[in-house]
Design a protein around this ligand. Sequence first.
Ligand SMILES: Nc1ncnc2c1ncn2[C@@H]1O[C@H](COP(=O)(O)OP(=O)(O)OP(=O)(O)O)[C@@H](O)[C@H]1O
Ligand SMILES: [Mg+2]
Length: 312
Amino acid sequence: MTEPIVIEGLVKTYKGGFRAVDNLSLTVPRKGFVGFLGPNGAGKTTTIKMATNMLTVTSGHIYINGVDAVEQPKKALAEIGAVVETPEFYPYLTPMETLEYLGKLRGMSSADIKRRSKDVIELVKMEEFKDKRIGQFSKGMKQRIAIAQAVLHEPSIIILDEPTSGLDPRGMFEVRQILNDLKKADFTVFMSSHMLNEVQEVCTHAYLINRGRLVKSGLVSDLINETKAKKIEVRVSNPIGPEMTATLANTLNLKGLFVNGPYQFTFDVIGGDEEQAKALLDLQAAGLNIVSFKESGVALETFYMSLIAETR
Ligand SMILES: Nc1ncnc2c1ncn2[C@@H]1O[C@H](COP(=O)(O)OP(=O)(O)OP(=O)(O)O)[C@@H](O)[C@H]1O
Ligand SMILES: [Mg+2]
C-alpha cells in the first residue's frame, strides 16, 4: 500500500449517533491534486480532521504513505502538511519567527529551519513581509503563511480545508496561484472546496461526497466529458424580439433559456457534441445571425448539482 492517502470504510459518528462520515473509501494517487467536493455539511472537514489527527475515528482506516494514521498518528503526521480552518498565529511574531517556532516544535534542526523558511517564504511570495508582524496581515496574507508553515518540514502530502474560503477575489487569486505552484512542485495535494471553478482550474482529480458518502470520483477531465448538460452562451447580430424568444422557447424547445439583452442568450444542451452541433444549426435555421456560440465554464457545476440532487 504505497499510495499517499488511502481511506477505507471511514466512519465518524458524532454524539447523538449522527453519522457525519459514512463508510467512506477513497485513494489519493501520488502527485495527484485532488479536489474534495461536497455541499455544506457533507463531511469534508470531519474527514480532513480525522486524517490530520484532530478528531478521533469511529471506525475504518486512514493510511498516510502506508502508515496507519490511527495507530501511529505521529509518524503519519510527519508525512503531512495541513491547513485546516482559519489559521491562528501569534500576532506579535513575524513570518520568519513563526516558522522558526513551528520548525522547532516539529523537531527540525536550526540549519533546516533556516534553509526551508527561505524556500517556503519564496513559495508563497511573502519575501517583502517576512519580517513584519503577522498581526497587521490581511486574511489572504495569513493564509499564505499558513501554506508556508504546512510545507516547512518538507512533507510529501498537503491537506487543505477550503484554502480560499473567506478571501476577497484578489486573495483568492493569490492563493490559487500558490496552489498551482504546489502542483508544479510535485506534492500530493488533497483539498476540500465548494468552488467548482477552483477545482476545475487546479485539480487533476475530483471526489464528490454528500451526506458523508462518496458520490462520484475521477479525473476532472473525465467528469467534465461525462457531463450531460452544458450551458451555451450565444451572441447574435440581429436583435432577439419577443417573437424570436417565443420561437426559441416553444418551437426549438430550448432548455434553461435565459435571454439577457437583445443580442445575447444562454441555454442548456442536454447530450453530447452531436446535440450541441444540431442546436447551432437549428438556431441559424430559425434566422439568427450567430456571432459566437460557446460553452460557458459551468459544465462541472451542472453535473455537480445533478449528482447532489440524485443522492438527496
Ligand atoms: N462537533 C460536532 N458535533 C456534532 N455534529 C457535528 C460536529 N461537527 C460537525 N458536525 C456535523 O457533521 C456534518 C458534517 O460536517 P462537516 O463540518 O464535516 O461538513 P463540511 O463538508 O466540512 O461542510 P462545510 O462545507 O460547511 O464546511 C454536519 O452535519 C455537521 O453539522
Ligand atoms: Mg468544512
